[in-house]
Design a protein. Structure first.
Length: 109
């Protein structure tokens, strides 16, 4: 899965937009709701790897981390509510889409 594909998928969710809030960093992309400006996804380059942070239900976070080697506690975010998906050749696109949708729903209000 590529960065552009993730951004495109996020923009297909209702009332969303992409933002680049870090002036010195033109790569990191925050996906937000238009209604409340809350983040539901953060894409960034960490040590040459594409990281995707998504909000998850805390009860589900440990299960995800123990099931998928590419899901880790969130990089630079609250580790109880957020997970990082390391986007590489092993990532399951369906899991990424499912977690993006969950994050989108969790941050709607």
């Amino acid at each position: 899965m590529k960065r552009e594909e993730i951004i495109k998928y996020c923009l297909e969710l209702p009332n969303t937009y992409e933002d680049y809030p870090f002036p010195e960093d033109t790569f990191s992309t925050v996906m937000k709701h238009t209604s409340n400006n809350k983040w539901f996804a953060l894409l960034m380059n960490v040590k040459g790897e594409l990281y995707l942070n998504v909000k998850t239900n805390p009860d589900y976070s440990d299960i995800l981390r123990n099931t998928y080697s590419y899901i880790i506690p969130a990089y630079h975010m609250n580790k109880e509510h957020w997970n990082t998906i390391i986007i590489d050749k092993n990532v399951d696109k369906n899991i990424v889409k499912e977690l993006l949708e969950q994050s989108y729903e969790l941050t709607k209000k």
